[in-house]
Design a binder for this molecule. Structure first.
Ligand SMILES: [Zn+2]
Length: 393
């Protein structure tokens, strides 16, 4: 299913075949939290911005509309009219980050809904059943993501439990995939490496889960407060202990620079809310660095967000017009910015794949990182503050 096409150092260029189509990696997954990308981006739009994989959040879908509703509607692909591969997270991260009064036990986690406060329970089996109902292409294992500040003793105990949970996830997924009423009987399962920033725990855990013959391996628990250098160091020591013939996924990361560095350390899959979240605030990515459309200097700018960009926003509209829409609070302004940013990320990945194909990734990485500094070094003359309006800064 996973075909390694080329390697340059640790960087991998591969193809990953699924029942919902073949994924070219390295790939950026576009985050559709509640089965929609925030900023009024439709499934149809995803085709225009060259999205390969959609990521949806199990915890949110479980609470609303309910995974039973999605199951009765024929699974998430049919529900959101999407024929691309979809990855669902396990719900674990949201259970740990959004819920109050959570209690972690061997069987799973007791917590309260962030919507109405009612009592809920989720363990490995529940997470697998919910994801099987949703019928995503790739399901993620249920794990605990310990705080970046947790001590060695706690992280060791947590990682051991995550390994026991992973075995339970695998057994339950196998059982669910064998049932006649399961929508996607070929659902894949990715395990997640944890261990915070402790080298010994990360390596030991990577070795243990590698023996479990999973469909793919994620590196989790990063981008939760550690420095970029600590994150790159964890990747340096972990990916060499993960199977080369399986996809790797760095969860929740990151900036274009983070992605370029992580590809160089052997990562295939990425996801991050930055392009959509930043886009909704007029913060845009270009090959020459960031621009903030709220800046006064774009008021009379009739150029597209990025010259040469072929996204639906740049093909037709000017910086000045989109800036006006954002300031007027028009949904269209946010939508155009999100479309540009996701297109930028999807095409950055295409450029990365082309560089790997051509065997010149190191040079490509260096040139791309250098080019991105150009706009970032320009000091903004005015900033727009939602509460205070325009101010000199
Ligand atoms: Zn564009």
């Amino acid at each position: 299913m996973y075909k390694l096409l080329k390697k340059e150092g640790m960087a991998k260029r591969a193809e990953f075949e699924t029942v919902h189509g073949t994924i070219q990696t390295p790939v950026f997954m576009n985050v559709a939290t509640v089965a929609a990308i925030k900023g009024a981006v439709s499934t149809e739009d995803l085709e225009q911005i060259d999205t390969q994989v959609v990521l949806s959040n199990t915890y949110h879908l479980h609470l609303r509309p309910g995974d039973d509703v999605i199951y009765k509607m024929g699974g998430l692909h049919k529900f959101m009219s999407c024929n691309k591969p979809i990855l669902t997270d396990s719900g674990g991260f949201q259970v740990f980050s959004l819920s109050e009064n959570r209690k972690i036990k061997e069987e799973g986690v007791y917590f309260r809904s962030h919507i109405d406060g009612h009592k809920l329970f989720m363990g490995p089996e529940e997470s697998m059943r919910i994801q099987s109902h949703i019928a995503s292409t790739i399901a993620m294992a249920f794990d605990e993501c310990p705080s970046a500040r947790a001590d060695h003793e706690y992280v060791k105990m947590s990682v051991d439990r995550t390994t026991r949970w992973l075995k339970r996830c695998q057994d339950e997924m196998n059982r669910l995939n064998s049932l006649p009423d399961t929508i996607n009987k070929n659902q894949l399962l990715f395990g997640i490496n944890q261990g915070a920033i402790f080298e010994d725990l990360r390596i030991e855990h990577a070795k243990r889960i590698s023996e479990m013959e999973l469909d793919g391996y994620a590196v989790g628990g990063l981008a939760v407060g550690e420095t970029h250098e600590e994150m790159y160091h964890v990747l340096d020591i972990v990916t060499e202990h993960l199977p080369e013939n399986k996809p790797t996924y760095l969860m929740g990361v990151g900036t274009p620079a983070n992605i370029l560095e992580a590809v160089d350390r052997g990562i295939d899959f990425f996801d991050c809310v930055y392009p959509s979240r930043n886009g909704r605030h007029g913060h845009l990515y270009t090959k020459r660095g960031h621009i903030n459309l709220m800046n006064a200097k774009y008021e009379l700018d009739d150029r597209p967000i990025e010259e040469g960009c072929n996204c639906p926003a740049c093909r037709r509209y000017s910086r000045g017009y989109i800036r006006h829409l954002l300031k007027a609070g028009e949904m269209l302004g946010m939508r155009l910015c999100v479309l540009h940013n996701l297109y930028f990320y999807n095409h950055l990945m295409e450029d990365i794949r082309n560089a790997l194909d051509a065997g010149c990734y190191k040079a490509f990485k260096k040139n791309t990182l250098n080019a991105m500094l150009e706009y970032d070094s320009e000091e903004p003359t005015e900033r727009y503050d939602i509460a205070k309006g325009w101010k000199k800064g």
